[in-house]
Design a protein around this ligand. Sequence first.
Ligand code: NAD
Length: 252
Amino acid sequence: MISDQEKNAGRVALITGSTSGIGKAIALQLANDGFTIVFHSRSSVIEGESLASTSPNAAYIQADLSDQVQAKRLVSDTLSKYGRLDVLVNNAGINVSIPHGSLKEASPEIWRDLYEVNVIAPWTLIAEAEQALRKASTQECPASIINISSHAGVRPKGASIPYAASKSALNHITQLLALTLSPDIRVNAIAPGLVDTPMTESWIEAHKLWKEKSPMKRGAKPSEIAHTASMLVSSSYLTGEIILSDGGLNLT
Ligand code: NAD
């Protein structure tokens, strides 16, 4: 039987926001699965170049995804370097904490900033990558997009209403594009609950909630979300799924 490493040799995965947290764990997992990896971040150039230098089959590209020109360049630079793209993971995202009742605090500027990075940038990357993903796709290994959304985009929860709404939009885009881009490109989302990353280090209340209320009694490790991403990428059939990865908190 052919191994994952053999199957994925020469296939290329671009993971946005992959110098820390969930994105880094997904990139390292897909590297382990045999993919050539494009690491990306907005500003951690040294970290990105150091991650890419550990393998002959990896590169790092810096791009601020709130800028449409740079978002498009991220895809075109990936294609110039490797000539193909098989997997796109839209992981980069931003969050803002605002009490849900403080409506005026959630200003139009905050709404626009969150939408720019969490919704419009993934859309642009998918649109720019579509042709290459279709070209790389085969029936045994259909090309794959994974959007990292949030449990806050599934249930009326989250650090702020604009954040939750942006992730809900990303979930809806996931299902609409699963219909539109099939059968060449499978499109799925992972909707994490609490994950131990730099973004959540100071979220004392959330850590308490997961410890006390969730069936798994803790938040997830980034490697556990990466395991789900690897499973979605290796499937040749799953599409349009939003995998709620919250340790069962939604059941309580
Ligand atoms: P993180 O802060 O470690 O990673 C976020 C990444 O996004 C960073 O690499 C950063 O460079 C990138 N990024 C942010 N703004 C950008 C921009 N303008 N241009 C380019 N890149 C930009 O956080 P994380 O917790 O690993 O988050 C990864 C994803 O998971 C995010 O989309 C987040 O919303 C989602 N998520 C996280 C949790 C959690 O508990 N950590 C829960 C649910 C969803």
